[in-house]
Write a new protein. Structure first.
Length: 109
């Protein structure tokens, strides 16, 4: 399982999230208590724009390993992006385009 997780992390690091998700799922099937597999899969979902599912998987990784530093950092980043995007969309809705652009740029950087 450890080798599969390392491969999944490498794939995710290169932006190959589909392959990383597949590898993390394989690790999860082999060991349902493998927090790193949930973490990698959550990061991939986050990178692909599915922040709700990514946050859910990262919370599960933290439930399995409360000391998991990678999952803590990734979940914090995911929450920040979710909040900022909501604020930016609210700015667009209220026609406050300058503030919305600033918030969208904050997320892209």
């Amino acid at each position: 399982v450890a080798a599969v997780i390392l491969a999944a992390r490498a794939e995710a690091g290169m932006g190959l999230t589909e392959r990383a998700r597949r590898l993390s799922l394989q690790a999860m099937r082999n060991d349902a208590t493998c927090a790193e597999a949930y973490e990698v899969r959550g990061i991939c979902m986050f990178m692909d724009g599915d922040m709700e599912e990514g946050a859910k998987l990262l919370r599960e990784a933290l439930r399995l390993d409360p000391d998991g530093e990678g999952a803590k950092v990734a979940l914090k980043q995911c929450r920040f992006v979710q909040t900022t995007l909501q604020e930016a969309r609210r700015g667009v809705f209220h026609r406050n385009f300058a503030a919305a652009v600033d918030l969208f740029q904050k997320n892209s950087g």
